[in-house]
Design a protein around this ligand. Structure first.
Ligand code: PEP
Ligand code: CO
Length: 449
């Protein structure tokens, strides 16, 4: 294998990268980003890696969630707190049901670039580059807006920094304190179909806080808050490279744009630039796998990305769809086992269950999402493997993008509050309900109800 450097990925085929018309400006921006402070630190990254290692062996559970595409406009206090609130509420429910420590990882503070199936978009005879996310170009359909702009990399870095700063300040200030779950109530908590069930859970958790403190792995008396980590798809390799550094007293290189970057399905070729880049950084990383991932390909990814079987290093985020998970997942679990390696298996029940509606929107059905999750839990249990996490696209708002759930959203409801730039998200109530169903189901199957 060639020697790794932060830019050795340039020797490989890099899919999904923007073409900048002004290389000089791009160079300047890259130098500026390289000189600015990192967004996260190696201490945080190592802490997350050891927590992922615990989840991989069934002593913890990864809850990863957020928007499909984060936009610069999401850098607003209400939007950020709504996201934290739903992740906190879901993690409380999951902790209650799974009896495992929950690791909260947001798809935020950098989820600004998107893979696209088409390089260009044509409207009324005019062809322009596709919109690739706020980090790269702008959504309006004009040549100026769609031209990749390096200044957006700086703006993305700044928005990510502002977002992380607010989250850290909230957490340090007591917002995520277990003793005050009422801080996380959203306006409509009281009206959600399962609100009373949630309130009962909160009550019961409050009653046994000492017990929960032990479970959370924190010394009794020391449990004051829950941490958050950040993640995004590591799609734009120049952006990732610009903040990839060596740090004092540690070996190797860290990608300091985020804690847990993941490689998307479309860029997961073992011989491609993305796998080359991420093999060389010390972060815990995720790789999306889907129905087209063969045993051979999984083995190659494991060989390249997890050569030393480092605990917590590699998470496979599987997204097969409800009809395929039963045939696709077991051989891959067997392959990882045959390789003698421990990975974290995280179920993304969203991306394999996307479907178009009659009026051209993308949606997902609550029942399909739940069905893939349930099958996935059952397959891992049957095979003596560990379902160590879940990955959702969700919103802390009352959007109408996915069909179903206790309120029975239908296709006609979607028009009311469909706000996603790309993929449909579970809304607040649907996300809460999903967490409760997972928690109840697992409690039942493990006899812990
Ligand atoms: C995503 O997570 O938004 C995404 C594009 O997923 P995938 O790479 O699995 O298609
Ligand atoms: Co998506």
């Amino acid at each position: 294998m060639n020697e790794w450097r932060p830019d050795s990925w340039r020797l490989k085929t890099a899919k999904q990268q923007p073409v900048y018309p002004d290389p000089e400006r791009l160079d300047k921006v890259m130098r500026r980003l390289a000189a600015l402070p990192p967004l996260v630190t190696s201490w945080e990254i190592e802490r997350l890696k050891s927590q992922v290692a615990e989840a991989a062996t069934g002593r913890g559970f990864l809850l990863q969630g957020g928007a499909c595409a984060e936009s610069f406009d999401h850098c607003q206090p209400d939007v950020i707190t709504a996201k934290l609130k739903i992740l906190l509420q879901m993690s409380l429910i999951l902790m209650y049901g799974l009896k495992r420590r929950i690791i909260r990882v947001g798809r935020f503070a950098g989820q600004y670039s998107k893979p696209r199936s088409e390089e260009t978009e044509t409207r009324d005879g005019l062809t322009l580059p596709s919109f690739r996310g706020d980090l790269i170009n702008r959504q309006p359909f004009t040549a100026a807006d769609r031209t990749p702009d390096p200044d957006l990399l700086l703006e993305g870095y700044q928005r990510a920094a502002l977002t992380l700063n607010f989250i850290r300040a909230l957490v340090d200030g007591g917002f995520a304190d277990f003793h005050h779950p009422e801080y996380w109530d959203l306006d409509f908590t009281r009206h959600a179909p399962r609100a009373s069930e949630y309130q009962r859970m909160v009550q019961s958790i409050g009653d046994s806080l000492g017990f929960m403190e032990t479970l959370a792995g924190v010394q009794p008396g020391g449990l004051t808050r829950m941490d958050f980590f950040a993640s995004h798809e590591g799609l734009h390799l120049l952006y990732e490279q610009s903040q990839t550094r060596q740090v004092p007293r540690r070996k190797g290189w860290y990608d300091l744009t985020t804690h847990l970057p993941w490689i998307g399905l479309r860029t997961s070729d073992p011989d491609g630039a993305h796998v080359e880049f991420f093999r060389g950084v010390r972060n815990p990383i995720g790789v999306k796998i889907g129905p087209e991932t063969t045993r051979e390909r999984l083995r190659e990814l494991i060989d390249i990305l997890l050569p030393d079987n480092e605990p917590g290093r590699l998470t496979f985020i599987h997204r097969f769809g409800r009809d395929k998970v039963e045939t696709c997942l077991p051989p891959l679990i067997e392959e990882a086992r045959a390789a003698g390696k421990t990975v974290l298996w995280c179920c993304d029940p969203m991306h394999g269950n996307t479907e178009p509606t009659a009026n051209g929107l993308k949606t997902r059905r609550f029942d399909n999402i739940l069905a893939e999750l349930e099958q996935s839990f059952a397959i891992h249990a049957d095979m003596g493997s560990v379902q160590g996490g879940v990955h959702f696209e969700l919103s802390g708002d009352n959007v109408t993008e996915c069909i179903g759930g206790a309120r029975g959203l239908t296709e006609t409801d979607l028009a009311r509050a469909y706000k996603s730039q790309v993929d449909p998200r579970l809304n607040y109530e649907q996300a809460l309900e999903m967490a409760m169903l997972i928690a109840n189901k697992t409690a039942l199957t493990t006899g812990r109800a």
